[in-house]
Design a protein around this ligand. Structure first.
Ligand code: G6P
Length: 619
């Protein structure tokens, strides 16, 4: 989610850092910073000025001393607001150690508490800063920077890519990673700078040969040398990766477009949204409680979910969970409608606004209306400090990282996960579900990212099914219970990127009108994964098949009964089975892929579909 760069050696350290940070711009960021090693001290500059913190940083860096090494960072906030104080690099208490971090430290609360107790002064609200102080403690025992970082890595839980420098070890950068990617390299020029980066574009101007660190490996960079060791200290050799792409291709990595990259990132997006929230002692959901107390949440007697587009579908999926687990009335509405009708709201109504961008005008205004009526407003957003997050009474952030493709994919899955966490948190707070039931559900939820990964791995099979429908101009999507919002989202994806008409219906409603449209050859896509209405859905599929429809089904592995409802064995999109209320997180994946392949078959630009905008700031 954040971008990392490090350079040691050569005469242009500061310029290389700034250029590298500029090349990470496609990740989107809310602040940028760097630390330079110069004349036995560390010199730090950070900026969080909107819209371009990097410009601010460039200005400050005009006064920078000549540096022998440095580290730089672009931040996409997860813990702590996007302001200068939370921008990286972070320093220890002495100002002689600096760190940059990408990822999420799961045990940051414990670490911070321990550090504060032993007298450290922590200057930011981030999970990352603790690392600088832990390195400081290790160095105080007399070890060198590499040994200090090695010891600290052993203490961290979660995901991280780290770069660390000390004023006392000139021209040395120590790096480490777990889960979050990290690359090292040597410059092609005579200076042979040691290079560190989270993404290839950051250092592409300097080298085309890089090595990728593996989990729990430590790298020590000096001018002309890169040494990689395991956590235990044994030397490690990796094959070099030769980068043959241009800059734009490098931004997309191995993918043809951002949409496929972002779909592939869905397991990480969901994991990041769950990390640190499902603790043994209970669920921790909210990141910010500006004007919301546990007492308010206990007193709530009605929940409204309000959103647009894919965020609306995520909300609809959550409605089933809230009603089931909380036994509370849960209404869902499209934001542009909600604000102009007369929803009955009071101090015991919780209005949940769901918005990836946190800037969509319809949802922002709906939240304002709800607050003016005295309701409690909670916002789920992927952007820390977005307008909606600032105005809300409480905030829960999805942590999907920036999404560039206009059609929501990874942010949509992260929203469903966040809403499920919120529902379970409220169930815990209100005593609506017994502890063991919550624990059982949490076990399922923790396993969901792997199941999403399994579903993604079947892309080729989905492409094969999609290839049969390249010329189809009309689709019906059917589902029942939580399968209905999945059908809605699948149909929306098809409309958005493949420009194909697709109507989604709760299958039971078909007989009240739309079935008149079914004729031989009409294509119907049914979400036939097992939920409590599966038997009834089967009958609905029979109704369209008997009228000659071609039926594609989404079915769970091993479910021959569902597969038998498809027009042929080649008309089945298989998914791994999931607990009923979590199944949308998995079942929507083949529908995203289906739309993607149809769009690509027509040569459409899946990242920038016609007539659509990523953030809609008009009514
Ligand atoms: C636009 C996007 C959709 C998105 C919707 C809501 O229409 O194209 O992909 O679902 O806005 O956006 P939000 O940022 O509020 O989630």
């Amino acid at each position: 989610m954040c971008g990392i760069i490090g350079v040691t050696g050569g005469s242009g350290v500061t310029e290389l850092l700034l250029d590298g940070l500029a090349r990470l711009e496609y990740r989107g960021y809310d602040s940028a910073g760097l630390v330079l090693q110069a004349e036995g001290t560390l010199w730090r500059a950070r900026d969080a000025t909107k819209p371009s913190p990097l410009e601010g940083l460039r200005k400050v860096a005009e006064d920078a001393p000549v540096a022998t090494a440095g580290i730089g960072h672009t931040r996409w906030a997860t813990h702590g607001h996007p302001n200068e104080g939370n921008a990286h690099p972070h320093l220890d208490c002495t100002g002689r150690v600096a760190i940059i971090h990408n990822g999420i430290i799961e045990n940051w609360r414990e670490l911070r508490a321990r550090l504060l107790e032993s007298g450290h002064v922590l200057a930011s609200d981030t999970d990352s800063e603790a690392i600088a102080h832990l390195v400081e403690e290790e160095l105080a025992t007399g070890v060198d920077l590499t040994a200090a970082v090695r010891a600290v890595v052993g203490e961290l839980r979660g995901a991280f890519a780290l770069g660390v420098v000390s004023a006392d070890e000139p021209e040395t950068i120590v790096a480490a990673r777990r889960v979050s990617p990290l690359l090292v390299g040597l410059g092609d020029s005579e200076a042979r700078e040691g290079l560190l980066a989270s993404d290839i574009p950051a250092i592409l101007g300097r080298t085309r040969t890089v090595w990728a660190l593996e989990d729990d490996e430590i790298a020590v960079l000096r001018p002309g040398s890169v040494e990689i060791t395991s956590l235990a200290g044994d030397p490690v050799e990796h094959p070099a990766i030769e980068v043959g792409w241009d800059l734009e291709a490098a931004e997309r990595g191995d993918y043809d477009d951002f949409m496929s990259k972002e779909m592939a990132e869905q397991p990480q997006a969901v994991t990041a949204t769950l990390v640190g929230r499902l603790l043994p002692e209970g669920i921790l959901a909210l990141d910010e409680m500006h004007r919301l107390t546990d007492g308010d949440l206990q007193a709530v007697d009605k929940v409204f979910i309000v959103a647009c587009g894919s965020s609306y579908h995520a909300g609809l999926m959550a409605k089933y969970a809230i009603e089931r687990w909380l036994h509370l009335p849960a209404e869902i509405d499209i934001a542009s409608e909600f604000r102009y009708r007369d929803p009955v709201l009071d101090g015991r109504t919780l209005v949940v606004g769901v918005s990836q961008s946190g800037e969509t005008v319809d949802t922002t205004e709906a939240m304002r209306h709800a607050r003016s009526e005295g309701a409690k407003v909670l916002v789920i957003s992927n952007v820390v400090d977005s307008s909606m997050a600032r105005e809300a009474d409480g905030v829960l952030y999805t942590r999907a990282g920036p999404e560039i493709g206009v059609a929501a994919t990874k942010t949509h899955l992260a929203q469903i996960a966040a809403l499920e966490v919120l529902a379970l948190y409220l169930a815990q707070l209100r005593g609506a579900l017994p502890g063991p039931a919550i624990a059982g559900l949490l076990d399922h939820l923790r396993g969901v990212p792997d199941l999403i990964g399994e579903a993604l791995a079947r892309d080729e099979a989905v492409a094969g099914v999609a290839a049969r429908f390249v010329d189809t101009r009309d689709f019906f999507y059917l589902g029942r219970h939580v399968g209905f919002p999945v059908a809605l989202e699948g149909a929306l994806k098809l409309k958005e990127i493949a420009y194909v008409r697709a109507e989604a219906y709760p299958a039971g409603e078909l007989k009240h009108g739309p079935i008149a449209l079914i004729e031989p050859g009409t294509v119907v896509l049914a979400v036939a994964t097992r939920n409590r209405l599966w038997d009834k859905l089967k009958s609905n599929i029979q109704e369209v098949r008997s009228r000659g429809a071609t039926v594609v089904v989404v079915a769970q592995d091993g479910d021959g009964d569902s597969a038998a409802e498809a027009s042929s064995p080649e008309h089945v999109l298989w998914v791994p089975p999931t607990e009923e209320l979590f199944s949308p997180l998995v079942d929507v994946v083949p529908l995203q892929q289906f739309a993607y392949h149809l769009a690509r078959a027509h040569g459409y630009d899946v990242d920038r579909p016609r007539n659509l905008a990523k953030t809609v700031t008009v009514e």
